[in-house]
Each structure stands twice: as C-alpha cells, then as structure tokens.
Ligand binder design. Structure first.
Ligand code: APR
Ligand code: PHB
Length: 390
C-alpha cells in the first residue's frame, strides 16, 4: 500500500493533522492501535487556546465547539481563604479561552474524517517504522491477523510518549529532557453544576485543587494527591470532602456532591525530546513532549506542532521545497519550551511540594501573594495562559 503521509496515532494530534492534510488534497493514512471507543473513553483537559480553536475551524471540525464551547475571559485563584480574579483580557493579545472537552473535540475530528471518506486503521498491532532515514520510509502493522506494509513520503509520529515512533529512534540520535514531580492529580467528572462561573485554581495547606467544567451541568475537579494514589484509593465521598476542605468557604458550600461518572489519576511530569525530526520521521504532540496538567497546555501544544508541520508539508508538496520541513523542529520546540516553563512554574507555585524546604515554602506564599496583588504579574500569567501566538 502507498500514501503520501503515514500518521501513527489517532489522538487529537494525528486526527487534526490528518484532517488538515486531507483538506489540502494530501493523502494521509492514520494507523491507530486502539478502537475508536477506547480513544474516546479517555478523559483529558478541556481548555482551548484561541489558536487551537482557529485550527479546528480550518480543519472543518469547529461547528460544535463554536456552538457549545464556553468562552471565558478570566480565571480565579483561591489562596489563603480568599478568591482573586485574573482578567485574561489584560494579556497583551487579549484573547479568551474556550472550555470544550478534549473528548468532544476528538469526536468532532473523527466525524469530520469519516465524512471526508479518509481512511483510519483502528486496532492495528505490531506497528513498526522502517527506513525513515531513507527516502522510502515504511510502516508495517497487523490488523485481524493480516500484515500490511505501507510506503509513504513521510511518517508523522502522533502516538504519544510510549508509542512506536519514539521507540524507533536510536537513543544516540535524541536528547530527552525529563523532570518528574512527587505529585499526582486525581480527576473526577460529575454531572453537577460548576461551583463558579470561571475555572478556580486553589492553593491550600492541604494541597492544590482545581474546579473546572465541561458545561453548565457537568464539572471536572482535580485534587493533588500523593504520587502513588490511585482512583480506587478515593471513594467519591472522600473526594468531595477533601475538595471542600481545600476551597474557600463560599465555594465549598456550593459544591453539590453527586456520584462520579469517571475518576482517573495522572502522575505529574515534564519531558521534551529533541529534535522533533529524524530525517523522514516527525514527532508531534505527546510523542515529542509532555507537560504537567496544570496549565492545560498538552492539547494546545499538539495543535501548534500540527500547525507548523502542516505548513511545512504543504510547502513541500506545492513546490518541492524542504526548507520549512527543515525548520519544523526548531519552530515547534521554541513554543514548546515556553509552555514547558509556564507549566513547571504553575506546578511549583500552586502545589504543596513534598520536596520543598521551609524557605522555599515561604517563597511560594510570597509569590502567590505577589501574583494575586500585582497587575503586571497577572498580565504575565494571562499572556501565557491564553497561549503564545503560533
Ligand atoms: N501504534 C499506533 N497507535 C499508537 C501506538 C502504537 N504503537 N501507541 C500509541 N498509539 C495511539 C494511542 O492509542 C493514542 O490514541 O496514539 C494516540 C496518541 O494520542 P494522545 O496520547 O492523545 O496524544 P496526542 O494526540 O499527541 O495528544 C496530545 O492530547 O491526549 C492528550 O495528553 C495528551 O493533552 C495531550 C494531547
Ligand atoms: C480540565 O478541565 O480538565 C482542566 C482545566 C484546566 C487545567 C487542567 C485541566 O489547567
């Protein structure tokens, strides 16, 4: 089998890339390990930067996000029992954010791909990359016991941190910058109204809590937990009562505890792989970098990678020039590292840090105090939160 671009992974990166290429007449095949149902069962973040929304629109998959997405122009920080609003419009570019769950976005991209008649192979096993250091890269996989080999011009690795693409790269050819934090997040999804109109990031002496939402009737909450805690260690009741203890009284009182729909945990880490290109193989999204979840940047970084990569591939197919492909890794990483910094900073600022000494803990309090009282500190947070332009 032959295609122009072989994409490995049908998460948001692979689907968005596939859709944008398809609309420009480039034949892209997506090869995914899981079933569509499994891909859609993963609950992830729900904050879209404006650049991400615009990209989804240009992929022809923005209608439901435009209709149902909640446009917010502020967030709240709760600290020392008080609530502080950060006006996102104060950022230099003044752009809002859109609250729209990643699961919904993935569904929209899947639907758009199906409507365009583009092919996705689901349930692919033994996915392997071959010869990407030559002009004839290939991907092999099995589906229902039948082995297939696909020849492409390029392979795009959109298969996450543990996917086949990163594993195919010889260790000596890449540099990995890793950081792990001794903290996990436990997330809970429930059909209960949001506790506030905007997202609330709460720092307390019992640990961090986040009150987010998916709609006027569905909320998503997170608690900082011990690194090893699993969802089974937390009953719904334990979750709700701990959440109440970490929030200012008025917010705690407005929580309507109902049975959860889903609970999942994530261990916090940062990681960047350099470069993002190995001759005819390009890494995109989580395959190239991971951020801790507090800044909600994972999906937005996947979108900016896709934007740079699509521009480069279109230039190549329009006039044979590889100049933009040569620049892809550098351009994408410049934006990735700024977001890595922002998420690392937010992580250190808001969490109870088991690794911090008493001096650092005092500094953390001073910085939260500064942030919640200084308009210029708030502008800097807002500028990064709404996302640097791409
Ligand atoms: N072969 C084929 N597909 C694979 C393989 C493999 N060996 N390994 C993983 N995959 C698939 C996964 O099943 C998943 O559907 O690749 C996809 C990767 O999707 P994500 O992990 O969602 O990564 P990405 O698309 O880059 O998304 C970036 O979305 O999911 C979030 O945390 C993520 O916020 C980040 C953003
Ligand atoms: C979410 O809604 O899942 C979410 C929102 C904001 C974050 C992280 C996660 O910073």
């Amino acid at each position: 089998m032959r295609c122009q671009v072989a994409i490995i992974g049908a998460g948001p990166s692979g689907l968005l890339l596939g859709q944008l290429l398809q609309r420009s007449g480039i034949d892209a095949l997506i090869i995914e390990r899981s079933t569509p149902e499994h891909v859609l069962s993963r609950v992830r973040a729900g904050v879209l930067e404006q650049g991400t929304v615009e990209l989804i629109r240009s992929a022809g998959a923005g209608a439901r996000c435009d209709r149902d997405g909640l446009v917010h122009s502020g967030i709240e920080i709760a600290f020392a029992g008080a609530r502080h609003r950060i006006d996102l419009r104060s950022a230099a570019n003044g752009r809002p954010i859109t609250i729209y769950g990643q699961t919904e976005l993935t569904r929209d991209l899947m639907d758009a791909r199906r409507d365009a008649g583009a092919k996705t192979v689901y349930g692919a096993t033994d996915v392997e990359l071959h010869d990407f250091d030559t002009d004839r890269p290939e991907v092999s996989y099995s589906q229902d016991g039948v082995q297939t080999r696909v020849t492409a011009d390029f392979i795009c690795g959109c298969d996450g941190f543990r996917g086949a693409s990163r594993q195919a790269i010889p260790a000596r050819a890449m540099q990995v910058y890793d950081k792990s934090y001794p903290i996990s997040w436990l997330g809970l999804l429930a059909d209960t109204p949001p506790v506030a109109e905007e997202l609330v990031y709460a720092s307390s002496d019992r640990g961090f809590a986040l009150c987010s939402m998916r709609s006027a009737t569905r909320s998503r909450f997170y608690l900082q937990t011990a690194e090893t805690d699993q969802p089974a260690d937390w009953s719904d009741d334990a979750f709700w009562s701990e959440l109440r203890r970490r929030l200012p009284d008025d917010l705690a009182a407005s929580i309507r505890a109902v049975p959860s729909i889903e609970k999942s945990s994530t261990k916090l880490r940062s990681s960047v792989t350099e470069p993002l290109r190995f001759n005819r193989l390009f890494l995109c999204g989580d395959a190239g970098h991971i951020v801790p979840p507090i800044g909600a940047k994972g999906l937005n970084l996947a979108a900016s990678d896709v934007h740079y990569l699509v521009e480069a591939l279109l230039e190549y197919y329009a006039d044979g020039s590889a100049a933009a492909l040569d620049r892809y890794s550098h351009r994408a990483l410049a934006r990735v590292w700024k977001a890595e910094y922002f998420c690392w900073w937010m992580t250190n600022l808001f969490h109870l840090r088991p690794d911090a000494d008493a001096f650092e803990t005092r500094l953390q309090t001073a910085e939260l105090d500064y942030l919640t009282s200084s308009p210029s500190a708030q502008t800097s947070l807002a500028e990064n939160y709404v996302g640097t332009p791409f």
